[in-house]
Design a protein around this ligand. Structure first.
Ligand code: FES
Length: 118
């Protein structure tokens, strides 16, 4: 499933911040991961135990889409060679991946989920 989003640029305090609306909070249940694109970025948002995380979604080891992997309390497991990434830090927990995923700030306003991409 691909989602559309709105671009929201804030000017209060963080003039460089660019928040994109990803989806309504009700569309991301516990245990769900949703892929979304912004310009050339391939991102994902995950609901791990009720907490939301946004990261790049292409594995740092090779070209695998992490939203087709497995989400559990350890993070997201790459479907190709099974590296596990911590969603809070982006850090891989095991080889073969060695580089962290980029992580992004997430906020909820009026039941809509936004990710800071700027
Ligand atoms: S592609 Fe993800 S661990 Fe190899």
């Amino acid at each position: 499933m691909r989602l559309t989003f709105l671009r929201v640029t804030t000017s209060i305090g963080d003039s460089m911040a660019e928040w994109v609306k990803v989806c309504n909070q009700n569309h991301l249940k516990k245990g769900d991961m949703i892929p979304f694109d912004h310009k050339d970025k391939k991102l994902m948002i995950a609901n791990l135990g009720g907490k939301l995380y946004a990261t790049d979604r292409i594995c740092t080891h090779a070209d695998a889409d992490l939203t087709t992997g497995i989400l559990n309390e350890d993070g997201v497991t790459c479907p190709l060679h099974l590296s596990i990434f911590n969603l809070q830090t982006g850090a891989p927990q095991n080889l073969p991946a060695e580089k962290p995923l980029k992580t992004y700030n997430v906020k909820i306003e009026q039941n809509e989920i936004y990710v800071e991409v700027g």
